[in-house]
Design a protein around this ligand. Structure first.
Ligand code: AMP
Ligand code: MG
Length: 403
């Protein structure tokens, strides 16, 4: 049996290099960058005001306070977006707004609340407070210097990164192409949830494709759902052949253990696919197949719903991300505190479904058997517990999150 890290390493080593495409920034949310972008404009692009108020020379208002206001001559107004050509001279102030260009000659902005105007003297402003030099001034380039990196390859574009790129004037961005991922469920007992005739004795509703499709999409893949594959060699081969023809990656579930009804491995080999291993030392999810045919990769997940879910997250998801050149391929980690003692008496490492509450406490989410979906649905994370390990209540533990 393979250790998980070794299995992930083997899988990642088989992932082909990412292919890139250039797309509008507006479509880039959650895509993986495939280029480095350096700022072609500094941010802010010019010195500007942080508040609504008056641009002044700090020295002119140095003595101002509410009992002894300083009176300056109002010499102009700079609206946001306006190109101001004038210059501020001693004894003058200029009306200015948040984001307006700081006029030449000014070295501070006094906010409106610290000033007063008198209807009888419209050309003047009274300053009730002093200003330190450069107070309320936002400097050219203090956010991003000209030429500074604003994107690096492998970075996942979140909302904030997209905002930074837009502020830098980037309208199109080179990102990795998303892999198309065939999603196949095998099992003659499986019925579509939409089936109008309901379940005959011995049948169950197929659920793995429904649960895995969003995980695939969240990892940047484009899931393509194939019809349920009955347990026979011919149907399995035909389905895999179709998946290999249409998609970059293939995720199957079921049909990979040693049962005589398990056809995925032999069908893949019949189609000239090469299998690399089929057992990983984790619970849930021991029977797991990884194979490839050329650049196309096969992830044969076990059929039990929780096993399929967990093996997808720890074994297939990293490959989807690496396929897109993502620099980080592991699940996001949060820290929590065990609310009760927890042990894994097994000789296999156990991914335990837990709930991490808003106070940071971690509790098992229910029965941990690999067919129990309700505890998975009650969970919001997995605890990676090494074999033969007991943790006391209060232990700080890393929680793997998938959403
Ligand atoms: P298998 O890996 O094919 O031996 O399946 C293991 C268990 O998971 C069996 O109880 C199957 O009925 C169940 N199972 C397999 N595939 C699915 C699926 N796609 N949806 C729900 N249950 C499944
Ligand atoms: Mg089966």
């Amino acid at each position: 049996m393979l250790e998980l890290e070794k299995a992930v390493e083997t899988i990642l080593a088989s992932v082909p290099a990412p292919k890139s495409e250039v797309i509008p920034l507006a479509d880039a949310y959650r895509r993986v960058a495939s280029e480095k972008i350096q700022a072609s404009t500094a941010l802010p692009p010019f010195d500007n005001s942080a508040v609504d108020g008056y641009a002044v020379r700090a020295a002119d208002v140095a003595s101002a306070n509410s009992r002894n206001p300083v009176r300056l001559q109002l010499s102009g107004k700079i609206a946001a977006g306006e190109h101001f050509r004038g210059e501020l001279s001693a004894g003058q102030c200029i009306r200015i707004f948040t984001g307006s260009t700081l006029p030449a000659g000014a070295d501070a902005v006094v906010m409106q609340e610290d000033t007063r105007t008198e209807p009888t003297r419209p050309g003047e402003v009274l300053f009730l407070d002093s200003a330190k030099p450069w107070e309320n001034v936002r400097f050219h380039g203090e956010d991003v210097k000209l030429g500074a990196p604003v994107l690096r390859p492998g970075q996942i574009l979140g909302a904030a990164q997209i905002g930074l790129l837009a502020a830098s004037g980037v309208a199109r961005v080179s990102v990795a192409r998303r892999p198309s991922v065939a999603l196949l469920a095998t099992g003659s007992e499986l019925r579509e949830a939409s089936s109008e005739s309901g379940l005959a004795p011995g049948q169950i509703y197929e659920s793995n494709r429904a649960a895995l499709a969003p995980l695939i999409a969240a990892a940047g893949g484009v899931p393509k759902i194939f019809p349920i594959v009955p347990d026979n060699a011919e149907a399995t081969r035909a389905a895999l052949a179709g998946a290999l023809a249409e998609c970059d990656l293939i995720v199957t579930c079921g049909g990979v253990s040693v049962g005589e009804m398990d056809f995925v491995k032999s069908a893949f080999e019949d189609l000239d696919g090469q299998l690399q291993f089929w057992k990983v030392a984790i619970k849930p999810g021991r029977p797991f197949v990884f194979g490839h045919r050329g650049e196309k990769l096969l992830f044969g997940l076990p059929g039990n719903p929780v096993s399929a879910f967990v093996t997808f997250l720890v074994l297939a998801r990293p490959a989807l991300l690496r396929w897109q050149g993502a620099e980080k391929t592991g699940l996001p980690i949060s820290r929590g505190l065990l609310a009760e003692p927890l042990s894994n008496l097994d000789h296999r490492r156990h991914f335990i479904r837990i709930s991490l509450d808003s106070e940071g406490f971690v509790r098992p989410a229910g029965i941990q058997a690999s067919h129990i979906l309700s505890s998975l649905a009650a969970a919001n994370g997995l605890l990676d517990v090494p074999p033969k390990t007991s943790w006391a209540a209060g232990t700080t533990v890393p929680v793997l999150c998938w959403e």
